[in-house]
Design a protein around this ligand. Structure first.
Ligand SMILES: [Fe+2]
Ligand SMILES: [Fe+2]
Length: 278
């Protein structure tokens, strides 16, 4: 293990309370939050494109102050509970204190995984809105490791490369553990637990790269959604052909013949979310 490694993890864990979202999403929220024709669902859709802003709003809704400790599982409910004034305050502080930024690739992967989780949720009897939230937040630990240790994490990205087979994901976990003494899954779950997120959501994030014989509906939706978002890239935009072997990336219970339609659904849903920012 490298000497600087634990310091990165410790720095992240001690600073996460001050994390702020990428300012563009927060500014988008601020630009229309006062419009009469906008409701909590619209605000949730825009806000959910930023995992850190989403986390901050969820954390606030689950805080002891609101008396819901750990029971608010969706962003829509959180925004309705908090009210627009509080949500706006959170967005303002995010813009002002913008200390964390999510790379475009991480942002896109979060959106696509959220869309994929929600597309797959009914198949695993998982709640669609919770599946969307867990997909949006699942790699928050990875985004933080990248930000705090860009050079070190770039070396880990090299190991994972553009392939997303289970073998390359295992190599990524091992490399993260050797360098940081933790993995992005554990780090993300640790942070979200400390913000009083529902345990089912934290547990799904903690295990999203593990083989889990006791997987619950949300675990299956997240693992499936993560894989489906990778498969979407392997397939490309036309959904007709895939040059790489992908059998071990198929979500549980999904047949290869179902992929084109599922990928089309995920891409349509992702575009709906991304379009809000154009
Ligand atoms: Fe991940
Ligand atoms: Fe992921």
């Amino acid at each position: 293990m490298q000497a600087a490694a634990p310091r990165v993890k410790d720095e992240i864990l001690t600073r996460f309370e001050n994390l702020s979202p990428a300012s563009n999403v927060a500014i988008s929220v601020l630009s229309f939050i006062d419009r009469d024709d906008i409701g909590a669902a619209d605000i949730a859709l825009v806000t959910s494109a930023d995992p850190v802003l989403t986390a901050r709003i969820m954390r606030m809704a689950n805080s002891a102050f609101y008396g819901m400790g750990g029971r608010v599982a969706t962003l829509n409910t959180a925004i309705s509970l908090l009210g627009l004034i509080t949500v706006r305050s959170i967005a303002v502080s995010a813009v002002v204190t913008n200390v964390a930024s999510i790379s475009p690739d991480d942002w896109l992967h979060a959106i696509e995984t959220a869309a994929a989780c929600s597309v797959l949720s009914s198949r695993y009897s998982a709640d669609s809105a919770t599946a969307f939230s867990v997909g949006m937040l699942h790699d928050i630990g990875r985004a933080l490791l990248r930000e705090f240790d860009p050079t070190g994490y770039a070396a880990i990205d090299e190991i994972t490369g553009t392939a997303h087979s289970r073998a390359s994901q295992d190599a990524m976990k091992q490399a993260e553990f050797e360098r940081y003494g933790t993995t992005h899954s554990t780090l993300g779950a640790t942070i979200l637990r400390s913000w009083n997120f529902p345990e089912e959501l934290c547990a799904a994030i903690a295990t999203h790269h593990d083989d889990n014989a006791f997987a619950k509906p949300l675990d299956l939706a997240l693992q499936g959604g993560d894989r489906l978002s990778y498969l979407s890239h392997l397939y490309g935009v036309r959904n007709t052909h895939c040059d790489e072997p992908f059998d071990d990336l198929l979500p549980d219970g999904v047949g290869a013949d179902e992929l084109p339609q599922l990928i089309e659904d995920l891409q349509t849903k992702s575009m709906e979310i991304a379009d809000l920012f154009l």
